[in-house]
Design a protein around this ligand. Structure first.
Ligand code: FS2
Ligand code: SF4
Length: 558
């Protein structure tokens, strides 16, 4: 195996024996082959589009699910991968047949280049898992030793951006929303990864297009979430436990949370959000349920400790799933594309609904917490709509000097040392500055009291990692008010990354031309020295140093 897609990759270079995340070589190899197969599908998809045949949404949804399945901490079940591989071959065969049956396809054989002839398109999947594993090395990242390292680096950057996009696309599609632009971009971008003719410059352009697709998919997800559940508004959330049976809902998928809230009404079960589900408390369509009682625990990497032996159940709707300990393996359930061998899976029914009766019964049997703990409340719900309702106040506060600077401290949390930087940073932010947060990195400091600035809370939580879109909306609106662009605002972006949604978020920001982003704790291992230098030269991308110096540098900017 070789995998270097996330920040905790072994020795900062690549996991080669066992993933730090718990991914086995078997899963890693099956994932490589799955990516190989969706590239092959996209080769035919591209030709069909050029011949004037639109690609069915079911094929796009399949590609999206495959990409999401291979994202860090999502699926560790070999059987699921084998089934997806078998399905991938059927889809590839059917697209190949469509190409052959298309008018104009005979001309393809006369042209110099046709993506139908790539190795990925031509590959035929064998029938058994052991044969698949035998073939998998051809799909490995390092298989072609002679490949230019910058080409490899850019191809992987695009792929990881696509994986992030797929997570957001999947969430939106579950709510009935999608973007034709993003859907066709999956095909275009995956096919481009098989094209040996593309130069570094062309792949850089494709990388920026990936960022644009990331903005588009986040926009659609924002539209989906806010149309279905209303615009988030400020809301207090208890982060301590309440007496009674309970289910903890983790991940990002609001629709799963809603379905579970409906099915647990009147059962006496308390529902807690966990990790990236925290911002759900801001949505009218979710906070209206009185049994959505609070938020449980910290960021994803604390789950093994915090779920240990708990007298209730957990539902994982998306990443980040870690190896479940025996003390709660029977109490954790997965749904959507999430899976772990031996963990109970709740499927979607043909009508799109899910039956949560088993987890509900189980939670009631376990009995839950026996006592209330004194409540401790934090505030969430500052998406673009809520924050921009204070735009005039914010603009006045900046103009009068009461509000000096904004620090967006956003992104993922993680287990490796070095992430205290973000806690220290938040604590060192001067009192006349505002902190904006998004994604799970905020758990390092979101229970601290930051007080107020200019009559507003000093810490505003914008939401999940996909709410980078909200942050962009806030920044561009404020930039308009100050008659400048986002780079001209008193705003610094301090980004922590871990998995591939953060790659999509970063590419989204870069595609907008946003400069001086601070990235950490470590830089991605998949960026070659030249690609990194390009990002530094073009976007002044910086690696974090220490909070004191970085804050000083940020404040010098205005
Ligand atoms: Fe956190 Fe994990 Fe949101 Fe990432 S819960 S690192 O998936 O997407 O942020
Ligand atoms: Fe290693 Fe991260 Fe890949 Fe897991 S996802 S195998 S930790 S690089």
């Amino acid at each position: 195996m070789f995998c270097y897609q996330c920040e905790q990759t072994a020795n900062g270079k690549g996991c080669t024996r066992l993933g730090v995340c718990g991914k086995t070589p078997e899963i890693a190899n099956l994932q490589d082959l799955l990516i190989y197969q969706v590239k092959g599908i996209s080769c035919y998809g591209k030709v069909l589009s050029e011949l004037g045949h639109p690609i069915e949404k079911a094929v796009i949804a399949f590609i999206e699910s495959v990409l999401f399945t291979t994202l860090t901490n999502v699926n560790f079940d070999a059987e699921v991968h084998v089934q997806l591989l078998q399905e991938s071959q059927k889809i590839k065969d059917s697209l190949r047949e469509k190409v052959s049956a298309s008018e104009g396809s005979s001309n393809l054989h006369d042209s110099d280049y046709c993506s139908c002839h790539t190795a990925q398109a031509q590959y035929r999947l064998p029938s058994t898992k052991s044969e698949m594993l035998h073939d998998a090395p051809i799909a490995g990242i390092m298989y072609d030793k002679s490949l230019d390292p910058d080409i490899r680096s850019l191809r992987q950057t695009i792929l990881y951006g696509l994986k992030g996009i797929s997570a957001y696309g999947h969430q939106a599609r579950e709510l009935g929303y999608c973007s034709d632009q993003v859907d066709s971009f999956y095909i275009t971008a995956l096919e481009s990864l098989t094209d040996d003719r593309l130069t570094v410059e062309e792949l850089i352009r494709m990388t920026m297009r990936t960022g644009e697709a990331a903005i588009e998919v986040m926009k659609v997800l924002d539209e989906a979430n806010t149309s279905v559940y209303g615009n988030p508004s400020p809301h207090t959330v208890n982060v301590h436990i309440r007496k009674g049976p309970f289910i903890i809902v983790s991940g990002h998928d609001l629709k799963d949370l809603e379905m579970l809230l409906r099915q647990t009404e009147g059962t006496g079960i308390n529902i807690y959000t966990h990790g990236e589900m925290l911002p759900s408390h801001g949505y009218e369509g979710l906070k209206k349920y009185p049994h959505l009682v609070g938020n449980f625990g910290g960021a994803w990497q604390d789950q093994q400790k915090q779920f240990d032996g708990i007298p209730g159940c957990i539902l994982m709707t998306t990443n980040c799933l870690m190896r479940p300990r025996e003390s709660y393996k029977d109490r954790i359930y997965s749904t959507n594309v999430v899976g772990w061998e031996g963990v109970k899976y709740i499927p979607k029914k043909p009508d799109g609904t899910k039956d949560f009766s088993e987890i509900i019964r189980h939670a009631l049997e376990l009995g839950g917490f026996t006592q209330d703990v004194e409540p401790h409340e934090i505030i969430v719900g500052f998406g673009h709509h809520a924050t921009l309702s204070y735009a005039d106040k914010i603009v006045q506060a900046v103009e009068s000097g009461k509000l000096r600077h904004f620090f967006l401290i956003g992104g993922c949390d993680g287990a490796r040392p070095g992430r205290n930087y973000y806690t220290d940073f938040a604590q060192l932010v001067p009192k006349n500055c505002m902190i904006l947060t998004l994604a799970c990195g905020k758990y390092r400091f979101n229970k601290m009291d930051f007080g107020e600035v200019a009559g507003l809370p000093r810490l505003l939580d914008i939401g999940q990692c996909n709410d980078v879109y909200s942050a962009i909306r806030i920044a561009t609106t404020l930039a308009d008010a100050f008659n400048t662009d986002v780079n001209g605002l008193p705003l610094s972006l301090i980004i922590s990354w871990y998995e591939q949604k953060a790659v999509a978020d970063l590419l989204a920001l870069l595609s907008l031309g946003i400069r001086n982003i601070y990235l950490g704790p470590e830089l991605p291992a998949f960026l070659s020295p030249n690609v990194l230098q390009y990002l530094v030269d073009t976007f002044h991308l910086r690696k974090i140093t220490n909070p004191e110096d970085d804050i000083k540098t940020c404040l010098k900017q205005n």
